[in-house]
Design a protein around this ligand. Sequence first.
Ligand SMILES: CC(C)(COP(=O)(O)OP(=O)(O)OC[C@H]1O[C@@H](n2cnc3c(N)ncnc32)[C@H](O)[C@@H]1OP(=O)(O)O)[C@@H](O)C(=O)NCCC(=O)NCCS
Length: 332
Amino acid sequence: MTKIRAAITGVGGYVPDYVLTNQELETMVETSDEWITTRTGIKERRILKGDNQGVSVLGINAVKEMIEKTKIDPREIDLLIFATVTADMTFPATANIVATAVGAVNAFSYDISAACSGFLFALTTGASFIESGMYKKVVVVGGDKMSAIMDYTDRTTCIIFGDGAGCVLLEPTTENVGIMDSILKSDGAGESYLHMKAGGSRKPASHETVNARQHYVYQEGAAVYKFAVTNMAEVSAQIAERNNLNSEDIAWLVPHQANKRIIDATANRIGITEDKILMNIDRYGNTTAGTIPLLLWDYEKKLKKGDNLLLAAFGGGFTWGAVYVKWAYNTN
Ligand SMILES: CC(C)(COP(=O)(O)OP(=O)(O)OC[C@H]1O[C@@H](n2cnc3c(N)ncnc32)[C@H](O)[C@@H]1OP(=O)(O)O)[C@@H](O)C(=O)NCCC(=O)NCCS
């Protein structure tokens, strides 16, 4: 029997208009453009401004663009998965809000929470539904409104993160393209290094939690950095090895955009040169679950049918993983 694979057959993306530059951050916290650029590679990030504007706004715009480009009928979408840690509300799922807003009236939908690895977790989950033959059109969205959980008095975190979302459409194919392999990992021991202290069921919001500034990202940067460098590189090497991919076989490394130094370490480990790394960290910073689909969106025209892509991520949890994708189409 011919194997059914899940092919990425379209991408969409959206970043809000407001540009928060390193220069503007210099006026908000004790930092400098030079420090941010050399330590992270980030020059600017996008911020979603305005009242009542949740991450769903980013997701809706991204999915609408994908629907327009691929010309699919949204009523044919079977499932929509949204990877995010900045859901509009604790419940209902942001995926439901997005699905209804884009006209995916026949889809069921749910969120996945795996921080910066969220898109890879959701992509693998969505692909499994296609490979099983259960569904024909699955939309996988990754996005975050990190500005909603940023402490703009904390220079160690607020310089890193930004807002944005991207998405892909998955459809079945019997060609030798699509999601080829995936390695996903998590380790709850990472909790202490990267988390939000309050607002969940363990410590609900109260005057005390607000006064103690506990509704923001808490990060021990150096510890996260060490773990990220080792694990993102290791899992990338593992997936390359088990698929017999050497550095020449890989057309593009598509790495989570957290820190340019972490990306360079991953590329070095698998022998990928700078010209084969997709990057947009300089323009968007770390959009958490948004970085990888935003890269596919930004660079869609460069991707050719048959190209081997190695997607790699690391994030809070800890969570990390790598997905091997054979690109399924050419864009004119
Ligand atoms: C956060 C991060 C950029 C900090 O870079 P670093 O090189 O590790 O810097 P350190 O935290 O060791 O701090 C070095 C110095 O810079 C200072 N510093 C921190 N942020 C600063 C900023 N924005 N501007 C200027 N100085 C800053 C620190 O206070 C420290 O000063 P000290 O030596 O006087 O104590 C880096 O640790 C990192 O990228 N970590 C991983 C984060 C990540 O990937 N998170 C997302 C997970 S998906």
